[in-house]
Every structure is written in C-alpha cells, then in structure tokens.
Design a protein around this ligand. Structure first.
Ligand SMILES: NC(=O)c1ccc[n+]([C@@H]2O[C@H](COP(=O)([O-])OP(=O)(O)OC[C@H]3O[C@@H](n4cnc5c(N)ncnc54)[C@H](OP(=O)(O)O)[C@@H]3O)[C@@H](O)[C@H]2O)c1
Length: 293
C-alpha cells in the first residue's frame, strides 16, 4: 500500500509514524484564511496522502481559522487507527486575517476545545504550543505560563502529548522541566539551517524534529545547485530538498504542504531518492543561515 515508508519510521509521542508526513496549512484559502478555492481538491489531497501511507498530518485550528481542521474531518473521519494528527495552539485570527497571540488560560483552553470539535476527536494526540514572542521566528522569553496551562489540559485528558514550536533550545529546556516534550517544530530547510545543532541534540535524545517550510514555504526554494542536482538525478528540486531532509538526520519528520495531488505524489516519491555523500556536501553549500543553537 505505502510508498511512504522507505525512509523508515520514527516514534512521535506513543506512536510510530512514517517519517514523511503532510502539512495541511495550504488547504485553507489564500493567506491561510477562509475556505479553499477548491474544497473537493483539498479533500482529495488528504485522502490521497493517507491512502499513500502518510500517517502524520500537521494542522492548526487557526488555519482558516477552523477551515483546515473541518476539511480534515470531512476527508478522513472516522480516522485510521495509525493516523497521528498534530495540532498547534497559541494564536487566533483577526477579521483581516492577521495572526494574533492567544495565550491566556481561556484562549488556550478554547483552542483545545475548538480543535477537538472541528477535528471530531475526544482527545488530541499531540498539541504543539507555538511561541508567539516573535511571530516570524524563535525569540527568547519564558514559555512557562502557557505551557503550564497546556500541561493542565493534558492532565484533564484532553491532550495526550505536548510539543513545542518556534522555540529556542533554552525554551525547550524550560519546557522539559514542566512536562514531557515529544516533538519540536521549527523552520528548517536546505537554506534555513539555524537549528543544525539543535537537531543533533534532539536526535541523541530520540526526540523528533519536525521542520516547517521544508520546501521553503510560500516561496519554494530556488538555487542553481538544487536545480543542477535535480537535473542530474532526473527528479525535481522539491524532491531533492525533501530527500536531503530525510538523509540529514533520522529524527527529522518533514511535513511538506501542498494543495495539489500532483505535487503530493511528487513529494512522497522523494522517499525513493538516495543522495551520495558528494551530492549532500554540494547541497550543504546552499545554507544561508549560520547554526545558532
Ligand atoms: N509551526 C509553525 O509555525 C508553522 C509555520 C508554517 C507552516 N507550518 C506547518 O508546516 C507545513 C509545511 O509548510 P508549508 O506548507 O507552509 O510550506 P512548504 O511545505 O515548505 O511549501 C509549500 C509550498 O510549496 C508548494 N509546493 C509543494 N509541493 C510542491 C512541488 N512538488 N513542486 C512545486 N511546489 C510545491 C506549495 O504549493 P502548491 O499548493 O501549489 O503545491 C506551497 O506553495 C504546513 O503545511 C504547516 O502544517 C508550521
């Protein structure tokens, strides 16, 4: 059945997932706001992903808002037993689509209940607390107050496992003193490499690192080296970018996003691509950010 297990599996919370997952953010409307242009196409992408063996889907109730989770429920419920849906809390959307921090006890509790209702679940398998100290990237500052609320919701049985997103190593250490942290989700790809050392230290502890924007996000990666490698291997640059992530470290669980079944198939096929040490070294030269962790 599955083409999505050639790069193996990794433990995420209490489940084992295929390393190549799917990020559902692209299924909302433009700017991750409102409904998609083509709802049937969004449903088809999700069904194709799961049929192809994807069993790790990343989402958030603030995509849309609510839209993406409602589409996931329509497409996939009742859910397969092996499917792990990971959601995020910490933001709400303004009427203009803006991203507004929502980190009070009431807002975090509401976000968990909204996610449960829109996904049609009794318990959320993994919830990431996304730091909003800087919307665009990790920024130092305590995450104790909101994480303590999420840990309370976990004790109430609404959340099984907790992860962190958009965080620094200091915040991960702080978080691990409050509750078990089962995954870290930060921006990372061939070009954005600030988390190189963090990935290696999480790997030593068996903690998954989930790179968001694995293909570069809203502006997919572009580089002459990437294009040359792709052409030498008769694949696409996006497939090379994903194969590089899968070979970078066994704890990396990429969640490429797409609204297109054709792109989904292309991305999942990256599992079969093996890059030689020489090619990996050439690709390493693309990085634009220094390692800071
Ligand atoms: N924790 C956080 O703060 C955070 C932030 C952002 C995202 N995320 C999560 O990370 C996931 C991945 O990020 P992302 O979806 O924003 O970015 P991405 O996976 O890096 O790239 C998605 C973009 O690449 C295009 N694309 C996908 N496959 C392609 C292919 N084979 N060829 C050419 N273009 C392709 C998509 O367009 P098409 O739709 O046309 O394919 C879309 O524009 C999200 O879905 C979300 O779940 C988390």
């Amino acid at each position: 059945m599955s083409s999505v297990n050639k790069s193996g599996t990794f433990k995420l919370g209490s489940r084992s997932v295929n390393r190549l997952g799917y990020g559902a953010m692209q299924l909302a409307g433009p700017g991750v706001f409102g409904p998609p242009k083509d709802r049937a196409a969004a449903l088809a992408v999700l069904r194709e992903a799961v049929t192809s063996g994807v069993n790790h889907i990343d989402t958030a109730d603030f995509y849309g808002p609510h839209v993406t989770n409602q589409i996931i429920r329509e497409a996939l419920a009742p859910y397969r037993d092996d499917l792990v849906i990971v959601t995020k809390i910490s933001a709400r959307r303004g009427e203009d689509g803006s991203w507004i921090p929502a980190l009070s006890r009431d807002e975090l509790t509401q976000a968990v209940h909204d996610s449960l209702r829109n996904l049609g679940l009794d318990v959320l398998e993994v919830v990431n607390l996304r730091s909003m100290l800087d919307v665009h990237g990790p920024a130092e500052g305590s995450i104790e107050a909101p994480l303590t609320v999420l840990a309370d919701l976990q004790r109430q049985g609404l959340v099984k496992h907790i992860g962190l997103s958009n965080v620094t190593p200091t915040q991960i250490a702080e978080g691990r003193r409050i509750c078990e942290i089962v995954c870290v989700q930060n921006q990372y790809n061939l070009v954005q490499r600030a988390d190189d050392l963090l990935i290696d230290s999480l790997a030593r502890e068996g903690i998954p690192y989930v790179p968001f924007f694995p293909l570069g996000g809203f502006t997919p990666l572009q580089s002459s080296t990437l294009s040359e490698v792709a052409s030498q291997h008769e694949v696409t640059p996006m497939q090379v970018a994903l194969a590089w992530l899968l070979q970078r470290s066994p704890n990396i669980l990429p969640i490429p996003g797409t609204s297109s079944v054709a792109h989904l198939r292309e991305n999942l096929a990256a599992e079969t691509l093996s890059l030689s040490p020489q090619v990996l070294q050439a690709l390493d030269g693309i990085r634009s950010t220094p390692t800071s962790a």
